[in-house]
Design a protein around this ligand. Structure first.
Ligand SMILES: Cc1cc2nc3c(=O)[nH]c(=O)nc-3n(C[C@H](O)[C@H](O)[C@H](O)COP(=O)(O)O)c2cc1C
Length: 202
């Protein structure tokens, strides 16, 4: 499929057939993760491949009882490495310099003093798995499979269920499989509603 056909065909799917994902398709999804861009090429994403039925059910319960998640043959646990903490960086660290430019200094100083290190690093890494996840999603669609981003979840609970070490955290789930529903196209804003040219004009 051409990329534009894949983008047009993509829908969030919340009901999956009881049909396994071929190994070559899984391999292609993982390769698409490997090739995803990341800030400073940090590649801080880590993906759990959940296939155990009981484990998928536990994780689905911890995602606000979204039971449909467990119907997917594979649920990716989309995680980030938390080893880089902005609070530990020297003033000439490039990551710190970039973030000082992007965000207000007072806010960063507040975050650095925030006593819960894991909460701070988790917030900082919130976007880390998102681009690789979209690569998986689009690869899945190109092979007739589909997926759904899941961000509504109890992060500490799923970290515990997956027995993740302290330097990792789950941030999203991505159930993937063959669709067993055909959702309607959702309404989207017109392009003119989200675009501006040069400077903002009212
Ligand atoms: C970051 C993110 C988190 C999401 N979390 C959930 C979720 O927890 N549960 C769910 O059913 N859908 C979730 N979705 C799917 C959105 O509801 C869906 O993408 C949106 O309604 C547009 O529909 P479409 O993907 O079919 O075009 C999430 C999507 C994104 C991008």
């Amino acid at each position: 499929m051409e990329l534009n056909d894949v983008i047009q065909a993509r829908r969030s799917i919340r009901k999956f057939k009881d049909r396994p994902i071929p190994q070559d398709v899984l391999d292609e999804m993982l390769e698409s993760v490997r090739l995803a861009p990341s800030a400073g090429n940090a590649q801080g994403h880590v993906f759990g491949i959940l296939q155990d039925k009981e484990l998928k059910e536990q994780v689905a319960r911890a995602a606000g009882n979204q039971d449909w998640i467990a119907s997917a043959p594979i649920v990716f646990a989309c995680c980030a490495d938390l080893s880089w903490d902005i609070a530990d960086q020297a003033e000439d660290d490039f990551g710190l310099i970039v973030n000082r430019l992007r965000f207000d200094n007072d806010f960063l100083d507040y975050l650095c003093r925030y006593p819960n290190k894991k909460a701070r690093t988790t917030l900082f890494e919130n976007a880390t798995p998102l681009i690789p996840m979209e690569h998986i999603f689009l690869t899945a669609v190109s092979h007739g499979l589909s997926a759904c981003f899941v961000g509504y979840l109890d992060i500490p609970k799923i970290n515990e269920i997956l027995r993740l070490p302290d330097h990792l955290t789950v941030l999203y789930l991505l159930p993937v499989g063959y669709p067993d529903e055909t959702p309607k196209i959702k309404k989207r804003k017109e392009v003119s509603a989200f675009v501006f040219h040069d400077t903002w004009k009212k």
